[in-house]
Design a protein around this ligand. Structure first.
Ligand code: ARG
Length: 464
C-alpha cells in the first residue's frame, strides 16, 4: 500500500507504483535510521533553542522520535518499500503519531542536507570501526612477527627467489602498509566530520537556525560552510572508499601470499582446517577459500570506487537524484572491508609457519649470491666486476647441478683469487641477514627495532 507522499501538494496524480518501486531506496537506506533519528533530534532541539519551535513542540517531536527508534528496533514499524526512503518513512510515522506538529520537524531543512548528514554520521562510525579492525590485524601480525623472530625465509622479487629475509621482517611490512591505511582513514575523517545540516535544499534557509549548535550536538568539528557545496559534495564518501580500496589491495596481497605459501609448491604455511574447505570431488583437497574470497572481494570495493566516481562525474550542482545511487556502494564497501579485515586476522592467527621448510629452501638455491659479490667489493673489486664474477659462479653451479653451498675454495679461486675460506661464512643465509647494516633492513637488530616501535604504537591504540 502506498502512502500519500509528503511532497504531493502540487501533484494532481499520485506517484505510480512502478515509479515508486523504481525510485525507492528504503531497502538500503533503512540502515541509516539511527543516524537519521539522531540528526532529527539535534535539529529539533536547535529549532526550539532558537525559538523557531516552542519548547513543548520540540519535546513532543523529540519524544516521538525516540519511540519511533524503538518501534524500528522491535520491528513494530516496518520500513517497507511503500516508502520512498528512510527519511520520509520516519517523518510520516512522526506525523502519524503526533499529528500536524510532526510536520514542523522539517522546518529549515531538506532531505538534501539530511541525507548528507546521515551519510557523514554513518561513515564516521565506520571509520572508527575499520580503524579498530586495522589495529587488530596489525596486532596479529606483530604477534606472529615476535613469535617467529629469528626464522628466515626466501625473499622474492619477480616471484623469483632473491635474498634471505627474516620472516618477521616480511610480516612487519604489512603492519607498515596497514598503518598508512589507518592514517588515510583518519585524514579523510577530518574533512568528513563537518555538518552539512542547515544547508537545506541548497540555498540555506530564511529561519534563524543555528547550524553550529547542531554541529556541536552531533560532535562534528564544524559545518560545511557553503550550502551549495554541503548538498552537492560526496567527496567524503569517495575518499573513504578509496581508502578502503587501498586496504583491500593490501589484504589481497596478504591473501595471495597465504594462497601461494599454503600450496605444496611453497609449503611455507599451513592454514588451519577451520579456515579452509574441501572439494566435493577430490578427497585430498584442502583449499584456501577464505583467502581467495578476500582476494575476490577486493574487486567489489574497486568497483564501488569507480561506480561512485562515475555517478558524480559531470553532475551539475547541487543535489541530483543520481546521488541516491551512492547507497549501494557505500554500504557494500563498509561491510566488505569490515568482513575482510576480520577474517584475515582470523586466518592469520590460525596459520602455522613451517620454519624448517622455509629455511630448507634457503639452502638449496643461490639466495646469497649478492653476499659473494659484496664480499669481493669489500676486497676492492668494483661492484660491476664482482657482479659478473658471481654470475659466472652461479652459471657454473647450474651447469654442474649444484648450489653455492657445494662449492670448494679451489673452484672459487678459478673465478677470483680474492676468495679466502671465510667466504663460506658469508654464504650462510643467517650470516647474510646478520650482515645487513642499513636502517629498516632485514638484520635482526633492525627488525627488533621495528618490533619495539610497533609494540609501542599499537599499545595505545584501541582494537576490537
Ligand atoms: N533518498 C534520497 C537520496 O538518498 C534522499 C534525498 C532526496 N532528495 C530529493 N530532493 N529528492 O539521495
Amino acid at each position: 500500500m502506498s502512502h500519500q507522499a509528503l511532497w504531493s501538494g502540487r501533484f494532481k496524480e499520485p506517484l505510480s507504483a512502478i515509479a515508486l518501486s523504481f525510485s525507492s531506496s528504503i531497502d538500503l537506506d533503512k540502515q541509516l535510521y539511527q543516524e537519521d533519528i539522531a540528526g532529527s533530534i539535534a535539529h529539533v532541539e536547535m529549532l526550539s533553542a532558537t525559538r523557531i519551535l516552542t519548547a513543548a513542540e520540540g519535546r513532543r517531536i523529540r519524544t516521538a522520535l525516540k519511540v519511533i527508534q524503538k518501534e524500528i528496533e522491535t520491528g513494530k514499524l516496518k520500513l517497507g518499500d511503500e516508502y520512498e526512503d528512510v527519511h520520509l518513512a520516519i517523518e510520516q510515522r512522526l506525523i502519524q503519531k503526533v499529528g500536524a506538529i510532526g510536520g514542523k520537524l522539517h522546518t529549515g531543512r531538506s532531505r538534501n542536507d539530511q541525507v548528507a548528514l546521515d551519510e557523514r554520521l554513518y561513515l564516521r562510525t565506520a571509520v572508527k570501526e575499520i580503524g579498530k579492525l586495522l589495529a587488530q590485524l596489525q596486532r596479529v601480525l606483530l604477534y606472529k612477527a615476535e613469535k617467529h623472530f629469528g626464522a628466515l625465509m626466501p625473499g622474492y622479487t619477480h616471484l623469483q627467489r632473491a635474498q634471505p629475509i627474516m620472516v618477521s621482517h616480511h610480516l612487519l611490512a604489512y603492519i607498515s602498509m596497514l598503518e598508512r591505511d589507518y592514517d588515510r582513514l583518519n585524514d579523510c575523517l577530518k574533512r568528513m566530520n563537518k555538518s552539512p545540516l542547515g544547508a537545506a535544499a541548497l540555498a540555506g534557509t530564511s529561519f534563524p537556525i543555528d547550524r553550529h549548535k547542531v554541529a556541536r550536538k552531533l560532535h562534528f568539528d564544524g559545518i560545511v560552510e557553503n550550502s551549495i557545496d554541503a548538498v552537492s559534495d560526496r567527496d567524503y564518501l569517495i575518499e573513504f572508499v578509496s581508502a578502503c580500496s587501498l586496504i583491500m589491495m593490501h589484504l589481497s596481497r596478504l591473501a595471495e601470499e597465504m594462497v601461494l605459501w599454503s600450496s605444496k609448491e611453497f609449503g611455507f604455511v599451513q592454514i588451519s582446517d577451520a579456515y579452509t574447505t574441501g572439494s566435493s570431488i577430490m578427497p585430498q583437497k584442502k583449499n584456501p577459500d577464505m583467502a581467495e574470497l578476500v582476494r575476490g572481494k577486493t574487486g567489489r570495493v574497486y568497483g564501488a570506487l569507480v561506480n561512485l566516481l562515475t555517478i558524480l562525474k559531470a553532475l551539475p550542482l547541487a543535489y541530483n537524484r543520481d546521488m541516491q545511487e551512492d547507497k549501494m556502494p557505500m554500504f557494500d564497501v563498509v561491510s566488505t572491508t569490515r568482513q575482510c579485515l576480520f577474517i584475515v586476522s582470523h586466518i592469520l592467527i590460525h596459520t602455522k609457519f613451517d620454519r624448517q621448510r622455509m629455511e630448507e629452501e634457503l639452502r638449496n638455491d643461490f639466495l646469497t649470491a649478492t653476499e659473494i659479490a659484496d664480499y669481493l667489493v669489500r676486497k676492492g673489486v668494483p661492484f660491476r666486476d664482482a657482479h659478473a664474477i658471481t654470475g659466472k659462479i652461479v652459471s657454473h653451479c647450474i651447469d654442474h647441478r649444484m648450489y653455492l653451498g657445494n662449492l670448494d675454495i679451489e673452484t672459487l679461486h678459478t673465478f677470483s683469487r680474492e676468495f679466502d675460506p671465510d667466504i663460506f661464512d658469508y654464504m650462510l643465509p643467517h650470516k647474510s641477514v646478520e650482515q645487513k647494516q642499513s636502517a629498516g633492513s632485514t638484520s635482526p637488530n633492525e627488525v627488533k627495532k621495528q618490533i619495539v616501535h610497533w609494540t609501542r604504537v599499537l599499545k595505545g591504540r584501541r582494537a576490537l
